[in-house]
Design a protein around this ligand. Structure first.
Ligand SMILES: [Mn+2]
Length: 297
């Protein structure tokens, strides 16, 4: 059985009792809580470099849990440890592909990811947040979209304006997952050009019945994500995987992060006070994800 690492910035995973008990022998709990303020939302280059070094000393897990989606940029530090060419399949309600100023940011890390030499392609599945809708698209990594390095498969249809030139450059983006799961899975499979695949799951792509995060959520069922993982495993080598989207209240020391967090979050994500029943959904989702990656589904 392969290792499960919890990079514990925010206690959101280490406080899930069934997960901790059931996988006790496989879990390595890495306490990063003293870095929680510096790491959340975005991380300075210097801090990211010191944390990526620290993360690398523990080696490469088979499955990683990083806590809240506010720490999703640390997936970069996990994926860059792989040397062979690979495809990253990212399930996310957001593309996380905005162009930097901040390179190590939970909303821009995919821009850096698409530029890692070993990453052949990033396939983003989910996407109902509005981030690629209309002109919003142009704030993202248009270059990687145009050259095929990033493939977008939104869960519901979205009209994206892919060029500033003319309004005629509206492209309709949608995956078939919602209407015909077999066709949707085939689309994902056809988009994977390598033998090796890394899968990152931000649970904010899931329906609120299946997960409870501190970002606005999509409506993809957990069952759909699990089916995609099972299918990918039959044809490709899953060399690593991670998940974010466990719940922790956004807490900051920096006023800039506080303001940015308030502006970026929409709807419920600003004021949500989840009940224990809502948080239990994340534990169930994590347990099922582990089973899917283990091939017991
Ligand atoms: Mn994300």
């Amino acid at each position: 059985m392969q290792d499960i690492f919890i990079y514990d910035f925010d206690s959101s995973v280490s406080t899930q009792p069934d997960l901790m008990a059931q996988y006790q022998t496989r879990i390595k709990l890495i306490d990063l809580k003293r870095h929680r303020f510096a790491a959340r939302l975005w991380t300075s280059r210097m801090k990211f470099n010191s944390l990526r070094k620290k993360i690398a000393t523990y080696g490469r897990p088979f499955f990683a849990l990083l806590g809240s989606g506010d720490f999703h940029h640390f997936s970069l530090a996990l994926i860059e440890q792989h040397e062979k060419p690979l495809t990253v399949v990212l399930f996310d309600n957001h593309p996380d592909w905005m162009r930097p100023p901040h390179r190590y940011h939970c909303g821009t890390w995919v821009y850096s990811l698409a530029r890692l030499p070993q990453v052949a392609r990033v396939v983003i599945v989910g996407l109902q947040s509005g981030d690629v809708e209309g002109k919003n698209f142009l704030g993202g990594d248009v270059e990687s979209y145009q050259n095929g390095k990033i493939v977008l498969l939104p869960f519901s249809r979205v009209a994206a304006q892919i060029s500033t030139q003319t309004e005629a450059n509206i492209v309709s983006l949608v995956s078939q997952l919602e209407t015909n799961i077999a066709d949707g899975i085939r689309e994902i499979m056809d988009a994977i050009p390598t033998d090796d695949v890394y899968i990152s799951v931000d649970k904010d792509c899931m329906h609120p019945d299946d997960a409870c995060t501190n970002w606005e959520q999509g409506t993809m069922p957990l069952a759909t994500v699990l089916k995609c993982i099972a299918a990918i495993r039959t044809k490709y080598k899953v060399v690593g995987a991670d998940t974010v989207g466990d719940y922790s209240p956004p807490a900051f020391r920096s006023p800039f992060k506080y303001i940015s967090s308030w502006l970026d979050r929409r709807g419920d994500a600003k004021s949500l006070q989840p009940s224990s029943a809502m948080l239990q959904r994340n534990q169930i989702a994590n347990l099922k994800l582990i089973q899917a990656f283990d091939g017991i589904a």
